[in-house]
Design a protein around this ligand. Structure first.
Ligand SMILES: Cc1ncc(COP(=O)(O)O)c(C=O)c1O
Length: 441
């Protein structure tokens, strides 16, 4: 580890640990981005969770607002450290109507600069340094840094399956897995303090049923473990009845928000995360939210959130957008149709290539199994295939490393970060490459 005298020990750790292992290639690929006319041999960075398919609708709405509305004076002032009341009210109304389908009390919401800040501060308040937060794998890699960098909470990867065929319809997390994790953590002299679920899930796109959520919530409450459900992809749903993909879905599982479970159980151990980054495709606006019926938690959040606040101007603009339910209805319908078409395109290419994948029900991802192309089931071989695919095709996927899963050779494909015509070019390149290496071997 490199020593840097001018920094604190914390500063040195930050200097020596990169946020994401795929960032370097991501910036290289982004500098050589594919363009049909100007750069037809360019690269496709399909590794960052961005949805670019509906921005044109939101952009037009925001531009209209700038022309038509005068900026209210409160935006220039300091306001509540939980997020301004105007915005929390608008967000609560939006969530009730479109996501949770149950009442949301704006006084129990905290607003911060993106889900990243929400994850960091919530976990900081709920667990102590050295405590453990459990994530059923595969799971969003950056949770590790978000809970670890400042709060010093450890990530425990809970393996519930090995092959993706074991999770063909829904997440396989059971109470027996949680019991095992608890024993394992306690044997190491540590405390299992937090369980985090993501639904729809990153990277599998699977959805937890209400029955699963209820069971897991009861177990957590009985064991005094905080259960936090991240619904950052809650409105990015795939139409599983679409004729091009419907045969992949043996069970009909609709999205049900964890807020309904919270509403029924009213426990201080249950919490919800949300952000506008994915469902509205505005990761750059930096808007996230935590919802909790735990009043001391919300008070503590209020006292510590000042460094993470969202600009009042952004809060105002977005409160105008979110309160226009007619617009939001149109936006969400368009967005889900576009997501479904792009998802179906990728799924059909993978099916033709006989590459196993998880049939997604939501999110921006396809979690696919390319392990057939690894010489050995090792991390080294997994990284090598990822680099070779990029060097030969310009397609950059998110490598499996960091998702914490046991099987090597799984990669995440982000499908809405290009328009559907460009995505087809990317999938054709993957297809040609796969056929070439199969022919060689
Ligand atoms: C599950 C999950 N949580 C949190 C984040 C971070 O989101 P934000 O950009 O709002 O900080 C992401 C981004 O990919 C994510 O997938």
């Amino acid at each position: 580890m490199k020593k840097i005298k001018s920094l604190s020990e914390r500063g040195q750790t930050a200097h020596n640990n990169v946020l994401r292992i795929d960032f370097e290639l991501f910036f290289e690929a982004s500098g050589n981005m594919y363009h049909k006319e100007t750069n037809p041999s360019g690269a496709f960075p399909l590794n960052t969770a961005e949805n670019k398919q509906s921005w044109h609708l939101l952009k037009e709405k925001l531009e209209m607002l700038s022309l038509e509305k005068s900026i209210p004076t409160w935006t220039a002032n300091y306001t509540s450290c939980l997020g301004d009341e105007v915005f929390r009210k608008a967000l609560a109304g939006f969530l009730e109507k479109f996501l949770t389908k149950c009442p949301i009390n704006p006084d129990h919401l905290g607003i911060s600069a993106g889900a990243t800040a929400i994850v960091e501060l919530s976990t900081w308040l709920l667990a102590n340094r050295g405590d453990v937060a459990v994530f059923p794998t595969p799971s969003y890699p950056v949770y590790k840094q978000d809970i670890g960098n400042k709060a010093g909470i450890e990530r425990y990867n809970l393996i519930t399956h090995h092959e993706i065929s074991e999770i063909s319809q829904q997440p396989s997390l059971k109470i027996k897995h949680l019991e095992k994790a608890k024993k394992d953590i306690e044997k190491q002299g540590k405390k299992f303090k937090i369980l985090v679920l993501t639904t729809p899930d990153n990277p599998t796109g699977l959805i937890y049923t209400k029955k699963q959520l209820n069971k897991i919530a009861d177990w957590c409450i009985n064991n005094h473990i905080h259960l936090i459900v991240n619904e950052i992809y809650g409105l990015s749903l795939i139409d599983t009845t679409h004729p091009k993909i419907k045969e992949d879905y043996k069970k009909s599982i609709g999205f049900v928000s964890f807020a309904q479970v919270m509403q029924a159980k009213k426990s201080p151990y249950l919490h919800l995360w949300y952000a506008l980054s994915k469902d509205l495709g505005i990761s750059g606006f930096r808007v996230g939210a935590v919802y909790s019926l735990n009043e001391p938690f919300i008070k503590a959040y209020d006292n510590l959130n000042a460094p993470h606040l969202v600009s009042n101007h952004t809060q105002w603009m977005l409160s105008e957008v979110l309160s226009d339910h007619h617009f939001m209805e149109k936006y969400i319908t368009h967005n889900q149709q576009a997501l479904t078409e792009s998802y179906a395109l990728v799924a059909n290419y993978l099916k033709q290539l006989k590459i196993p994948y998880v049939a997604s029900r939501g999110s921006l991802f396809v979690w696919a199994d390319f392990s057939e192309f690894l010489k050995k089931p090792t991390l080294k071989a997994e990284t090598k295939f990822w680099e070779k695919l990029y060097q030969n095709t310009g397609i950059l996927l998110t490598p499996g490393e960091g998702f914490g899963h046991s099987k090597k050779g799984l990669y995440r494909i982000v499908f809405p970060c290009f328009g559907i015509d460009d995505l087809e070019v990317a999938m054709k390149r993957v297809s040609t490459y796969i056929e070439k290496i199969r022919a060689k071997s």
